[in-house]
Design a protein around this ligand. Structure first.
Ligand SMILES: Cc1cc2nc3c(=O)[nH]c(=O)nc-3n(C[C@H](O)[C@H](O)[C@H](O)COP(=O)(O)OP(=O)(O)OC[C@H]3O[C@@H](n4cnc5c(N)ncnc54)[C@H](O)[C@@H]3O)c2cc1C
Length: 421
């Protein structure tokens, strides 16, 4: 019987262990926590957004985002729903975002654990793997007191995001120790910090807005940074203002691009449209008619109903309009500047949140060194990868767990069968 070691008992490791066992392997799951599936418990605010009906490939990112396609083809949305359905998880659909009917992430972790147990997967909990070596035709995974042996190994140790759940980046180190290249891991699905001080006054506001990320070219050695910026990403939804920047789902969605561009030494800015439902002409007309009827109002009063007061004051200040000036007295230039602030609110991004604050990481084991049909290493036969340790990150909306299920399925089955199906 083929012996498969799975390092990491998170979403992808549990899936890999189940699939390897179902394919006839003798599986040992090595997990440093005292429980499996710890991160699953915190997903989707404790409700676990386990996948999404919209499976457009653009929701999967990485140095070669096309890599995900081959994996998702083997085990995609339908297969995922069938798999969980068989384990007793009915799904609840919220605009295409799928959750367990119980609305409890623990049910997802629990059914995976129960299935792994039923299949006889040996769960070696409290085992932190410090060293992984390819020994002869197999593998040795060592803790500080014990060495586990297997004919194949699935590395599913996660990323460096949310390390309190156990994913502390050690998966990257183990991959590197076997000769794999790791694309620098960086926080993703995370808030962004901005340079301007006025955010202190906006903290706590939530507004519908679109967010664009733009970045300049990297500075040439010793030279000046190019002022021209290219658009990297855009999203729309409820933006949250924090005391030092911006957060919320649309910001999470574009954050990986901002953080990677900053890491490349590029100057990054966000541009927010604070009234994205209006076309420019529509907004001009609306302001013109409002000024006829309500022009006697001072700036903040005039903007009441469109923006929270703190935002109105900030917009007026940035447009260079005195807050005591009546709307009917604004010059054409002042009105134009105000509309520009509303439609193109610019802020410089100075950093992203930390790994502790991030939901996932971009970067990871270089996909050029992995075969997408099997998730097997192209460098070390018998070594397989699954989940976030790989250089694929999903958008917010169930895509990271879908990646964990799909890559875990492929890696687990292939590991049991010795690579080629
Ligand atoms: C707050 C939060 C909310 C999220 N919400 C969602 C959501 O709703 N939908 C969604 O799709 N995604 C969500 N995600 C992302 C998703 O949870 C992860 O992408 C996914 O769980 C990754 O699975 P994984 O198996 O690759 O890694 P993990 O789940 O991190 O599992 C890796 C496991 O390996 C273990 N490990 C690491 N190193 C070692 C070692 N050396 N030895 C032994 N064990 C080791 C760790 O303890 C851990 O248990 C969320 C993430 C966070 C942090």
């Amino acid at each position: 019987m083929r012996r498969v070691l799975v390092i990491g008992g998170g979403a992808s490791g549990l899936m890999a262990a189940i699939q390897a066992a179902r394919s006839g392997a003798k599986v040992t799951l090595l997990e440093q926590n005292r429980q499996v599936g710890k991160k699953i418990l915190v997903t989707g605010n404790g409700r676990c957004n386990l996948t999404n009906r919209d499976q457009e490939l653009s929701h999967y990112r990485g140095s070669d985002s096309g890599f995900a396609a081959a994996v998702l083809q083997q085990f995609g949305l339908e297969e995922t729903l069938e798999f969980f359905g068989d384990l007793g998880i009915l799904v609840k659909d919220r605009n295409g975002y799928l959750y367990p009917y119980s609305d409890q992430a623990s049910s997802v972790a629990e059914v995976l654990r129960m299935e792994a147990e039923r299949l006889g997967v040996k769960m070696a909990l409290g085992n932190r793997i410090l060293k992984l070596s390819a020994a002869g035709k197999g593998f040795e995974a060592s803790t500080d007191g014990w060495t586990y042996e297997g004919d194949a190994c699935v590395l599913a140790a996660g990323s460096a995001a949310a390390p309190a759940t156990g994913s502390d980046g050690s998966g990257y180190v183990l991959a590197e120790s076997l000769g794999h290249r790791v694309v620098k891991p960086l926080p993703a699905l995370v808030q962004l910090r901005c340079r301007e001080r006025f955010f202190e006054r906006l903290a706590g506001l939530r507004m519908e807005a679109s967010v664009k990320i733009l970045a300049g070219d990297p500075a040439p050695a010793g030279g000046k940074k190019n002022a021209e910026r290219k658009e990297l990403a855009e999203d729309r939804g409820e933006v949250q203002f924090t005391k030092n920047g911006i957060s919320g789902i649309p910001v999470f969605q574009v954050s990986r691009y901002a953080v990677r561009a900053l890491d490349e030494g590029r100057r990054v800015e966000a541009r927010l449209n604070l009234l994205p439902r209006f076309e420019k002409r529509e907004l001009e007309k609306y302001f013109a008619s409002r000024r006829k009827d309500g022009g006697y109002k001072k700036g903040e009063q005039f903007l009441t109903g469109l923006f929270p007061g703190k935002m109105s004051l900030c917009l007026l200040e940035r447009a260079g309009i005195s807050k005591n000036k009546k709307a009917e007295d604004w010059t054409a230039g002042e009105l134009e500047r105000l509309l520009l602030q509303i439609r193109d609110f610019q802020t410089e991004i100075v950093s992203g949140g930390s790994f502790e604050q991030a939901q996932v990481c971009s970067g990871g084991v270089d996909t050029r060194e992995i075969c997408p049909e099997t998730m097997e290493s192209r460098l070390v036969p018998g070594l397989f990868f699954a989940g976030e340790v790989v250089d694929i990150d999903g958008a917010c909306g169930g895509y990271n767990l879908q990646w964990a299920w799909s890559s875990g399925y492929t890696a687990g089955r292939s590991a049991a069968k010795g690579g080629k199906e």
